[in-house]
Design a protein around this ligand. Structure first.
Ligand code: FAD
Length: 523
């Protein structure tokens, strides 16, 4: 037969799971081959985490220009060059992905371009993009093929009217009117950014709250800000279908209030089984995929109700130039030949793995979005390191006690560890310390007073069990609390650590002090 190339460790997928695994395995002296069918950096660097944050921050900067009069900064004639913004965003992506390429090269990882499928327990075939294929034989394999958006029945992605998140991020013009189906983190992050850039945005969410699965107390601050921004939000509504407006004037999306309680039930199911460390984001990403949505446009009596409120049981409609469907993501585990080599999938298509990320075939590992747990880049990377270290014979295991889950809304939300309810369910007697941004000097100098830090601890020992932050820079501030949870720090430890003044991080210290009953700057 065919000549096979031998490698010690073969990695399928070059996202934050796969490329990090490749570097770590190479650092540990392994001969590593990484197969990527598309672009190094995976979904995260190319079409999700990085470009979305570039867009979100640019939108924030643009939007702020018109709100600076209070600080005496009067900007006239500010305008958006959307094409240039997109070009800049791509340059950020380009810089990072070429950085990954350099790192892999520098560590001696062999990068192969093509699509891998298992042809035996120790071998894959790689179809090259230009035709032709090669066979690779491995001792160990790490599967890191990531996920893709779930399609809503009746809303097939066409990249023009009906968009997935990658399409939305790649638009060459700003849609005047945008409908976002799915008020999870992806929909809200992108919806807010488009709103700030100038689109009129409507969010349709099946559950009774935005960001289903996330602590409602945190979500409420974001929901209020969305209202202030003028984003129209309908929760507890089921999308029924869409039709072209006459004369190519956009699309009409038809929806209907969901009988009360149904949406909440769906949110509760979504939360179940997600890792405690990242219930919100993980649940929103995975759980919403399970929704069943009635297909068919029906063309029925939505007319006249366009833009109306969400009370009553009448069908309503909203007209838009583009529709972003963000209702969840599904693992890329089909078409890989996993069944052929005895690797098991669960009912959601995820690979079953143990704490070391081994599949039933002990030399085949799986990491990232294709295994249970929150669909987050840093979780994928951590699992990549675990798998590489296990392969190199080091003791390592995945642990979800402290997975920070950031949501880049306005303001940001970030959580880690247990919520108060989860702590109680696990048998703790939780104490919660809260501190508002409004009482933090730095927040006031930033002109950002909305939000608070909430720290959950075990009353008996003071041990920090979790935290939730809603407010500016929450995604960065959560790092200290992740460390606290990870190290088993106590409220005392946080409170006794001197925090620089004036910084937002003082709100973390004061939330811990509040938990101990003696915050200085709040009554
Ligand atoms: P991926 O990044 O999906 O990479 C998998 C790679 O495998 C891809 O490059 C694919 O081409 C390749 N591949 C697949 N099949 C094959 C095959 N057969 N052969 C060869 N190659 C193959 N997470 C965060 O932590 N923070 C964020 O801010 C954030 N923002 C997001 C925003 C959006 C809009 C979206 C959609 C997601 C976001 N995420 C975020 C989630 C994050 O993108 C994923 O959790 C992360 O990319 C998962 O990494 P991975 O390595 O498992 O897979």
């Amino acid at each position: 037969g065919e000549v096979a190339t031998e490698t010690e460790v073969l990695i399928i997928g070059g996202g934050p799971g796969g490329y990090v695994a490749a570097i770590r395995a190479a650092q540990l002296g392994k001969d590593v081959t990484l197969v990527e069918k598309d672009r190094l950096g995976g979904v995260c660097l190319n079409v999700s985490c990085i470009p979305s944050k570039a867009l979100i921050d640019a939108a924030k900067a643009y939007h702020r220009l018109s709100r600076e009069a209070e600080r005496g900064i009067v900007v006239e004639g500010a305008r958006l060059d959307f094409g240039r913004l997109q070009g800049w965003k791509q340059s950020v992506v380009q810089r990072l992905t070429s950085g990954v390429e350099q790192l892999l090269k520098g560590h001696g990882v062999t990068v192969v371009k093509g699509r891998a499928t298992f042809t035996g327990p120790n071998q894959v075939r790689v179809e090259n993009p230009g035709g032709g294929s090669e066979v690779y034989r491995f001792q160990h394999c790490i599967v890191a093929t990531g996920s893709r958006p779930v399609e809503l029945p009746g809303f097939g992605f066409d990249g023009v009217r009906i968009l997935d998140s990658s399409d939305a991020l790649a638009l060459d013009h700003l849609p005047l009117r945008l409908v976002v189906i799915g008020g999870g983190y992806i929909g809200l992050e992108l919806g807010t950014a488009f709103d700030k850039l100038g689109s009129a945005v409507t969010v349709l969410e099946l559950a009774d709250q935005l960001l289903p699965g996330t602590d409602p107390e945190l979500v409420q601050v974001v929901a209020r800000r969305l209202r202030q921004l003028g984003v129209k939000v309908h929760t507890g509504v089921r999308v029924l279908g869409w039709e072209e407006e006459p004369g190519g004037e956009g699309v009409r999306v038809v929806f209907r209030p969901e009988p009360r309680g149904a949406g909440a039930a769906s949110a509760a199911t979504a939360g179940a089984g997600a890792a405690p460390g990242a219930a919100g984001r993980g649940a929103a990403a995975e759980g919403t995929g399970a929704r069943s949505i009635g297909a068919g446009t029906g063309g029925s009596g939505g007319a006249g109700a366009a833009g109306a409120g969400s009370s009553g049981s009448e069908e309503q409609a909203v007209v838009a130039d583009a529709v972003l469907v963000s209702v969840g993501r599904r693992p890329n585990t089909d078409g890989l030949g996993l069944e052929r080599v005895g690797v098991e999938l669960d009912e959601r298509g995820r690979v079953q793995v143990d704490a070391q990320r081994r599949t039933r075939q002990r030399h085949i590992f799986a990491i990232g979005d294709i295994v249970p747990g929150p669909m987050l880049a840093h979780k994928a990377s951590r699992e990549g390191i675990v798998a590489a270290e296990v392969i190199a014979g080091l003791p390592a295991a995945a642990d979800y006690v402290a997975v920070p889950a950031p949501v880049f809304t306005d303001p940001e939300i970030a959580t880690v560890g247990l919520t108060e309810d989860q702590a109680r369910q696990q048998g703790y007697d939780p104490v919660v310390g809260r501190f508002p941004y409004a009482a933090n000097g730095r927040a006031l100098t930033l002109g950002e007073r909305d939000g608070f830090v909430k720290v959950v601890a075990d009353r008996e020992t003071g041990g920090v069990l979790g935290a939730g932050i809603v407010g500016p820079e929450a995604s960065d501030l959560i790092a200290e609390l992740a460390l606290a949870v990870e190290m088993g720090a106590t409220l005392q430890d946080l409170a006794l650590t001197i925090h620089a003044h004036p910084t937002l991080s003082e709100a973390v210290m004061e939330a811990a002090e509040a938990g101990l009953g003696h915050a200085i700057h709040v009554l």
